[in-house]
Design a binder for this molecule. Structure first.
Ligand SMILES: NC(=O)c1ccc[n+]([C@@H]2O[C@H](COP(=O)([O-])OP(=O)(O)OC[C@H]3O[C@@H](n4cnc5c(N)ncnc54)[C@H](O)[C@@H]3O)[C@@H](O)[C@H]2O)c1
Ligand SMILES: O=C(O)C[C@H](O)C(=O)O
Length: 327
């Protein structure tokens, strides 16, 4: 039996937590031979702590063979103690009519404090995925608040956008969703993101050529993916949860276990390539292996793409300026 991996999850009693924790404990994220210890954080409020207790009772009732231990707490330093993986989910979600950046100031404080707590007590190689919105800027805040940890280990979730784009492309082209390769979602997890299938292939053939519809790309595909979160909120009255949890599982699974040479989208601190200033957490295509990721480099950027990539960058820079005083 392998040694257990410590997985910290914040916002554990929330909607995403309720979809996420059971799949982690079932081995969907780290493999069916990898025991896990779940270290769950919730707000220090009676209702949140009671709900967390209920979630832990249900986890117990599943008798997951891979669940080697559980901690439920309202103290970030307890939740992050020696954590190998930290899924930062806990934050206020947006409601109808709000943009994700409307949550900026309210949620930013959480990520300053949690970055500092990770810095103090987590494993020195902790891999951090920020899900709570606005995810890119929150990841940047956490990274800046944890100067002793490797900056490249702070990532934001764009995998939900990536998966949404895959499904839209499969529906349009009639190709099986699992056969689409080399998709990218550039930039911010916000309505400015740029889903880009110029390089996408199915069985080695260009998907862009197969679709051959520039108007659909600009007028339907990009806005549908970019506004999907809002469409879910409109339909459900609540923001996406099971699909968000699934995307978090995909993101961490690929990061830790490798993507077998396939491209996946991760929000990672920029290395300055593609004209994105260093340090900004920006969605880019990466290939993952051995617990690390490598950017797909030197992709050609045409004028349409440059404009789209600059638009989402400008929003990230604006968000960063809006929280600079907290750091
Ligand atoms: N990046 C993405 O693709 C993506 C997708 C879906 C949702 N989200 C975001 O994820 C976040 C969580 O969504 P949800 O639907 O689970 O919300 P939710 O309100 O159901 O749950 C959030 C939970 O976090 C807890 N919480 C709040 N502040 C906390 C803190 N400082 N420490 C620990 N726990 C805290 C709350 O008590 C609550 O139980 C939201 O910000 C949402 O917008 C991101
Ligand atoms: O859109 C939201 O506010 C929730 C989440 O980020 C999503 O994309 O579904």
């Amino acid at each position: 039996m392998k040694n257990p991996v410590r997985v910290a999850v914040t916002g554990a009693a929330g909607q995403i937590g309720y979809s996420l924790l059971f799949r982690i404990a079932a081995g969907d994220m780290l493999g069916k031979d990898q025991p896990v210890i779940l270290q769950m954080l919730e707000l220090p409020m009676e209702k949140a702590q009671a709900a967390l207790k209920g979630v832990m009772m249900e986890l117990e009732d599943c008798a997951f063979p891979l669940l080697a231990g559980m901690v439920g707490t309202d103290d970030a330093e307890v939740a992050f103690k020696d954590a190998d993986i930290a899924l930062l989910v806990g934050a206020r979600p947006r409601g109808p009519g709000m943009e994700r950046k409307d949550l900026l100031l309210e949620n930013a404080k959480i990520f300053t404090a949690q970055g500092a707590a990770l810095n103090k007590v987590a494993s020195r190689d902790v891999k951090v995925l920020v899900v709570g919105n606005p995810a890119n800027t929150n990841a940047w805040i956490a990274m800046k608040s944890a100067p002793d940890l490797p900056a490249n280990n702070f990532t934001a979730m764009l995998r939900l956008d990536h998966n949404r784009a895959l499904s839209q492309l499969a529906a349009k082209s009639g190709k099986p969703v699992g056969d689409i390769r080399k998709l990218v979602v550039w930039g911010n997890h916000s309505s400015t993101m740029y889903p880009d299938y110029r390089f996408a292939t199915v069985d080695g053939a260009s998907l862009k050529d197969a679709i051959n519809d520039a108007a659909w790309n600009a007028d339907t595909f990009i806005p549908t993916v970019a506004k999907r979160g809002a469409a879910i909120i409109e339909a459900r009255g609540l923001s996406s949860a099971a699909s968000a949890a699934n995307a978090a599982i995909c993101h961490v699974r690929d990061w830790l276990l490798g993507s077998d040479g396939e491209w996946v989208t991760m929000g990672v601190p920029s290395d300055g390539s593609y004209g994105i200033p260093e340090g900004i957490i920006y969605g880019v295509p990466v290939i993952t292996a051995n617990g690390g990721y490598t950017r797909v480099a030197d992709l050609p950027i045409d004028d349409f793409s440059r404009a789209a990539m600059d638009r989402t960058l400008a929003e990230l820079e604006e968000e960063r300026a809006g929280v600079a005083h907290l750091l």
